[in-house]
Design a protein around this ligand. Structure first.
Ligand code: HEM
Length: 343
């Protein structure tokens, strides 16, 4: 299928839009009328045709514009991309994983030609053609991780595995839900998760880490996470909180449908072959409430979830002050009918 790429912005005038197709394939994350943290992980071995799960790295209509936004963030703040010296090998593993996956999954958009270590990469949507020597950094304009993540939607945490733990020792993070790579770099799984309420007490992180440490090559896993964002902003980082935090105060009953977005992250986990590290891509999907309620069962269910989500979670996710406005808007789309499972 040929993708029609949008020309849109995630800042200033916010021209971001979702086509009807993008709305239909949106990863609505709730399988029941309430939400609590859990170890919601499953294998990442494809999914229904056209769904966001079908390919290893989903490319959609937002691709080109998201890559422009990433370049802007990195221009302003180079610390959004960091790699500790021992992570270069994992960076090559990641470059290989993405180039091979994209060229196999989207042969009309990406090509990879390999002759020993002499590689030729063609990225048609971004108009990039690069000949380079695999494992020789001097033949690429950036380090391997930065090179490939400037061409791939979603944030990337690159993790070293040692001492029965995962360490966030590299990453490219420009579209995050209010956490900072610069702050977290060098931390382990329990340390970077410390701000999350309730989950540690429930044993979620202990069990999740055990699962992750056992992920084998070729057997990736995935989970969904979600939050709420005012305006279709990709870069909701602590570094730029002074720019976007204040926008949360601009919601009104009249504009909440257009300005309030549900933000869903498709998080995947891949074991890397040479470094035995792990990559954690976090792919962000945004949908306005106005678009979301065009699917009636989603509108009904989101109303119930947001209304009842524990206060600690609404506070951590940053929408506690706007919750009454959001619930009031969504209540108009909830006729009280039962929702079936697996919506
Ligand atoms: C939140 C990273 C895997 C559950 C977070 C945060 C980071 C993060 C940076 C934000 C913490 C903050 O507020 O500063 C990662 C990385 C992972 C990973 C790099 C892969 C190694 C997992 C897994 C689970 C999980 C497997 C399974 C349950 C959560 C939860 C939150 C969270 C529940 C709170 C999210 C929210 O309420 O919006 N994670 N995580 N994480 N993580 Fe992870």
């Amino acid at each position: 299928m040929t993708i029609q790429f949008n020309d849109e912005t995630f800042r200033d005038d916010y021209t971001f839009t979702n086509s009807e197709r993008a709305i239909k394939r949106f990863p609505f994350p709730f399988h029941e009328d309430s939400y609590m943290y859990s170890v919601n992980m499953e294998q990442h071995q494809g999914g229904p045709e056209g769904s966001i799960y079908e390919k290893r790295f989903d490319v959609d209509e937002h691709y080109i514009s998201e890559m422009k936004d990433r370049a802007l963030v990195l221009d302003e703040d180079p610390l959004r991309c960091q790699s500790l010296p021992h992570m270069t090998l994992a960076g090559w593993d990641l470059l290989e994983l993405i180039m091979v996956s994209k060229s196999e999954d989207y042969p009309d958009l990406f090509e990879l030609h390999r002759d020993g270590n002499n590689w030729h990469w063609i990225n048609k949507p971004l108009g990039i053609e690069q000949k380079f020597v695999f494992m020789d950094e001097s033949t690429l304009p950036y380090g391997p991780m930065e090179y490939i993540t400037r061409q791939t939607q979603g944030d990337f945490a690159l993790l070293d595995q040692r001492d029965e733990n995962l360490w966030m020792d590299a990453g490219t993070v420009t579209t995050q839900a209010d956490w900072s790579l610069d702050f977290d770099i060098g931390m382990n799984f329990f340390e970077w998760h410390a701000p999350v309420p309730l989950a540690a007490e429930m044993g979620v992180f202990k069990r999740a880490l055990k699962f992750l440490l056992n992920i084998q090559q070729g057997m990736p896993a995935r989970r969904l996470n979600w939050t709420m964002t005012v305006n279709p902003l990709l870069d909701t980082s602590p570094e730029n909180y002074h720019k976007w935090g204040v926008q949360k105060t601009t919601l009104t009953p009249e504009n909440v449908g257009q300005k309030q977005y549900l933000r869903v992250e498709l998080q995947t986990f891949f074991r890397l072959p040479r470094s035995n590290g792990m990559v954690f891509p976090i792919r962000c999907y945004l949908i306005s409430l106005e678009d979301l309620v065009t699917i009636p069962k989603w509108g009904r269910r989101l109303h119930r979830v947001i209304r009842d989500v524990p206060e600690e979670l609404a506070t951590y996710k940053g929408f506690i002050d706007n919750r009454p406005l959001i619930v009031d808007y969504l209540s108009k789309f909830d006729d009280g009918a039962p929702t079936s499972d697996g919506v």
